[in-house]
Design a protein around this ligand. Structure first.
Ligand SMILES: Nc1ncnc2c1ncn2[C@@H]1O[C@H](COP(=O)(O)OP(=O)(O)OP(=O)(O)O)[C@@H](O)[C@H]1O
Ligand SMILES: [Mg+2]
Length: 162
């Protein structure tokens, strides 16, 4: 799996369990702002959805966060620590195979929603993702051993994305 070339800061973590991944995600979520887009890379079962769960925990999403494999886009409402509400979109493009399908699910509208936090699995299936300026955070999940995962977080500087 190829992550876009890093041109910003890179942080690397080792998760040794599902619980570790949730903890790393909750801690990462503290830095999120309204409008941020997170693209999650890694093979099937790498831990992308688990990480999204951790982000949703930080925002006190009450619903059960499940993989949007069939629904493609799930929407949640969470809250920042100051009580401000935030919409979170969890998108899984694994089954999306063409620009038409991408259009039909309303992907562009979803990622352009100004104040929502967008988390996208299999964003490799959406070329336009990389052409937008604010897709600033890329997270790559690489299995290391049975339950170990290397999680690399790259903050892409918007002015260099074009
Ligand atoms: N360190 C770990 N971090 C996260 N998940 C782990 C870890 N160790 C084992 N697992 C297991 O790996 C699986 C990760 O599944 P998850 O749905 O998060 O993968 P995914 O990357 O979203 O895959 P997909 O591309 O199919 O959506 C879970 O069953 C989880 O219990
Ligand atoms: Mg998933």
């Amino acid at each position: 799996m190829v992550t876009p070339a890093p041109n910003g800061s890179v942080e690397e973590y080792i998760s040794r369990s599902e619980e570790d991944t949730l903890r790393i995600a909750r801690s990462f979520a503290q830095s999120l702002k309204p409008g941020d887009i997170i693209a999650l890379y890694g093979d099937l079962g790498a831990g992308k959805t688990e990480f999204v769960r951790g982000i949703c925990q930080y925002f006190h999403v009450e619903e059960l966060v499940s993989s949007p494999t069939f629904t493609i886009i799930n929407q949640y409402v969470g809250t920042f620590p100051d009580g401000e509400e935030v919409v979170l979109y969890h998108v899984d493009l694994y089954r999306i195979k063409s620009p038409k399908e991408l259009h039909d699910i309303g992907f562009a509208e979803c990622v352009m929603t100004p104040d929502a936090i967008k988390m996208v699995e299999w964003s490799e299936h959406a070329d336009q993702l990389l052409s937008l300026p604010h897709y600033a955070i890329f997270i790559d999940f690489a299995p290391d051993a049975e339950t170990a995962r290397i999680i690399r977080i790259t903050h892409v500087k918007p002015e260099k994305v074009h």
